[in-house]
Design a protein around this ligand. Structure first.
Ligand code: AN0
Ligand code: CP
Length: 319
């Protein structure tokens, strides 16, 4: 594996999941693999989980980590090519990425979409330029269209829990939830892409107008009636996203889409997932978050082992 930007970079998804689960049992088994190697974590947007879990994963592998909130601490970044740089943007991504490549052996970057121009966001220019100009393996820490470290942790969580209470393929339902701000499609796009590569029955439910791009959902069963979709679910993945067709807009803030205990009773005693951060009683009822079916903290905990499996693979394949 050269970069980790989507499920398509992974040769064997099941093997990567199993590796994350074995790392969870023995986190220091490869504590010297990353000795004298430096991981740079570059954030253009806020983060709690991705930043700390990836830093911890690197430490468990003996790597040195440098973290920079480039949006706040760095020079304002020009990402467009061919512009005369006479605006307030002081540094071009061409030089910034190349310089990071001098200091880091592996680079992680978080680059959210702007949610203004769909083509710009879906072309993933920042991620692609970081790969091209740094010359180093690059890990997506959530890009404009995907959040693969989150999706891997989600699949690890489903894989570790499903055998406890199931002797069949788990039914996994991704449900849209209300939110007060327009959010990226990256988490649901990515979750769909990983579920469709896994041995699960996968259903997506959302109000009309919230269809995700087909490249991510091809093969998924899309059901507009949330109650119907939730029937017999074993895992419910709650997430808000803004519209893809009416790009970046909120079309509907129908509170009835919020998962509460009444809706949870329609499922097969489903475990409830969310990538976090979550807005209590907007996206997800606190009675569910605080209840026995919520696995959001275990899910966040697994971010360490997902990141560690990815960094381990990149270290083994590239150095
Ligand atoms: C981000 C999103 O929805 O993509 C990050 C989630 C990991 N969430 C918010 O902006 C609230
Ligand atoms: N789930 C997730 O990626 O959280 P952060 O935005 O806090 O990293």
């Amino acid at each position: 594996m050269k970069n980790f930007t989507s499920v398509h970079d992974v040769d064997n998804v099941q093997a990567l999941v199993q590796d994350a689960l074995s790392i969870k049992k023995d986190p220091y088994a490869f504590e010297n693999l990353g000795k004298h190697k430096t991981l740079g974590l570059i954030f253009l947007n806020p983060s709690l989980r991705t930043r700390l879990s990836t830093q911890k994963a690197a430490a468990n592998l003996g790597m040195n980590t440098m973290v920079m909130n480039l949006d706040k601490e760095g020079w304002a970044l020009e990402t467009e090519d061919g512009v005369i740089m006479n605006s307030n943007k002081a540094e071009h991504i061409r030089e910034a990425a190349a310089v990071l490549g001098q200091y880091c052996d592996i680079i992680g970057i978080r680059s959210f979409p702007q949610l203004r121009n769909r083509d710009d966001d879906y072309n993933e220019l920042i991620l692609k330029k970081m790969i091209n100009f740094s010359g180093r393996p690059v890990v997506s820490l959530e890009s404009a269209t995907r959040h693969p470290l989150q999706s891997l942790a989600d699949l690890v969580t489903i894989t570790e829990l499903a055998p406890d209470f199931l002797n069949r393929k788990p039914k996994v339902v991704l449900t849209w939830a209300p939110h007060i701000k327009p959010l990226p499609q990256a988490v649901p796009n990515s979750f769909a892409e990983w579920m469709l590569k896994s041995d699960v029955e996968f259903v997506i439910t959302h109000p009309e107008g919230y269809e995700l791009a087909e490249e991510f959902t091809n093969g998924a069963n899309i059901i507009y009636d949330q109650d119907k979709a939730l029937q017999d679910a074993d895992f419910v993945y709650v997430k808000n996203w803004s519209s893809y067709s009416d790009y970046g807009h909120i079309l509907n803030s129908d509170k009835s889409w919020m998962l509460n205990n009444k809706k949870l009773y329609k499922t097969s005693n489903a475990r409830v997932m969310h990538c976090l951060p979550v807005r209590r009683d907007v996206e997800l009822a606190s009675e569910v978050l605080d209840g026995q079916n919520s696995i959001v903290i275990q899910e966040a905990g697994n971010r360490v082992f997902a990141a560690q499996a990815v960094l381990k693979q990149l270290l083994m394949d590239n150095f």
